[in-house]
Design a protein around this ligand. Structure first.
Ligand code: PLP
Length: 402
């Protein structure tokens, strides 16, 4: 028998993404990704919900789509219509919602419905890496709009739209994370939301609103979603249970007019997203979501305070950040001489994982010395130790802190 492994390489189509790296386990202090707080995960509640829903209607697992059709488990969509109305002022019915395998699948469905190679879209300059990478892989040009303390700058958006129009380019959408932005954690105020929608209407460009962090605002109060503020049906809205319950469940959703949702549904060829997690979420969230989320926010806020205090203690005035009003990330600025990509590599070797700014921005110069730190998944002690190790590495290589 031959021991030479079969060579698949000549069979691979030209447009395949580069090969994935093998997973080598997590580093000791992991400040990366959008992982959640293990202490605040409602485990007992999920166990009870799984038991109850399976005993009551578990035999529906014998059908694709749980007798609810291809848009997802009906009880979960019913929960979402109530939740979105209560929290985000969105008026929608269960028929306007498509349950997806995480909001990453929602991003893919929206993109595959609307975008083609050569298209242009508008995004926030500092932006979720998963969104930037998807666009680049599709051969779509993202035009980045700078942010300030209140999120997307409307003057810059207006200039970009006018500039593109002059060039004969109509962007396919304005993608925004207006409520606890990733990575900056900014929250777009109501007036800017209205101004954004007005510009979108004036230029005939739809809005793509990504809203997975809005429940994590410390005060519990959020501005209405862009989707809620538009009466033109020009906002596609996506959300997720990853940040409020658990990312490993892989449940997200899209709210959009049927004219475009029906096109996305036709592209969703997986015969439905995982049913068990939809059932458990519906059962748990309908009864407990409003109690669970404040407890999660409290735990997250405490971890953020530990992170900010430790960073101040270790880096002193060398580090800059705004105190976020919610979320799981701190977006920090180090002195210009710090190369975040290099720091990322050195820190990794020392057992600390960070997200380097240039991977979370389309403006490489602006993000060169910035880092995104996720504080949700580590314990308070790990946060302190991790930051101390990061400061040690940074001092040795860049002389910061001095
Ligand atoms: C802005 C944003 N959108 C979408 C996602 C994808 O989340 P999921 O697929 O877990 O719902 C993330 C994950 O971190 C995110 O930050």
């Amino acid at each position: 028998m031959s021991t030479i492994p079969f060579d698949f390489t000549p069979l691979l189509p030209a447009n395949l993404p580069p090969a994935a790296a093998r997973w080598n386990g997590r580093v000791k202090f992991d400040f990366t990704g959008g992982n959640n707080d293990p202490d605040a995960l409602p485990l007992e509640g999920l166990i009870a919900a799984a038991d109850a829903v399976l005993r009551r209607e578990g035999r529906t697992l014998s059908t694709y789509g749980l007798n609810s059709g291809p848009q997802g488990y009906r009880a979960l969509r019913d929960f979402l219509t109530v939740k979105l109305k209560r929290d985000a002022a969105i008026n929608c019915s269960a028929d306007d919602i498509l349950i997806t395998s995480g909001s990453l699948q929602a991003l893919d469905l929206v993109n595959n419905t609307l975008l083609a190679r050569g298209d242009t879209v508008i995004i926030e300059e500092d932006c979720y890496q998963g969104s930037i990478n998807r666009l680049l892989r599709m051969g779509v040009t993202p035009v980045g709009i700078p942010l300030d303390k209140d999120g997307l700058r409307i003057d810059a958006l207006e200039n970009a739209l006018a500039d593109l129009k002059k060039k004969g380019v109509r962007p396919k959408y304005i993608y925004t994370i207006p409520t606890v932005q990733n990575p900056t954690a900014t929250i777009l105020p109501l007036e800017r939301r209205k101004a954004l929608l007005k510009l979108a209407a004036d230029y005939g460009v739809p809005v793509f609103e990504d809203d997975c962090y809005a429940d994590l605002i410390w005060s519990g109060e959020r501005p209405p979603a862009l989707h809620a503020l538009s009466d033109r049906g020009d906002v596609i809205y996506i959300g997720s249970f990853s940040k409020t319950i658990a990312p490993a469940l892989r449940v997200g959703y899209i709210v959009a007019p049927w004219s475009v949702l029906s096109r996305m549904l036709a592209l969703k060829t997986d015969a439905g997203s995982g049913a068990l997690e939809q059932m458990v979420l519906a059962e748990y969230c309908t009864a407990h979501f409003t109690k669970h989320v404040p407890a999660l926010r409290k735990s997250l806020r405490a971890k953020l305070v530990t992170l900010m205090e430790t960073l101040r203690g270790q880096f002193g005035d060398a580090i800059g950040f705004d105190d976020p009003q919610g979320g799981i990330f701190l977006w920090v600025k180090l002195p210009d001489k710090v190369d975040a990509l290099k720091l990322f590599q050195l820190a990794q070797t020392a057992g600390v994982a960070i997200n380097p700014g240039p991977e979370w921005s389309v403006n490489k110069a602006h993000s060169r010395s910035r880092l995104r730190l996720c504080f949700a998944n580590l314990s308070h002690e790990e946060i302190s130790q991790g930051v101390a190790t990061l400061a040690e590495v940074c001092k040795k290589e860049f002389g910061v802190p001095d």
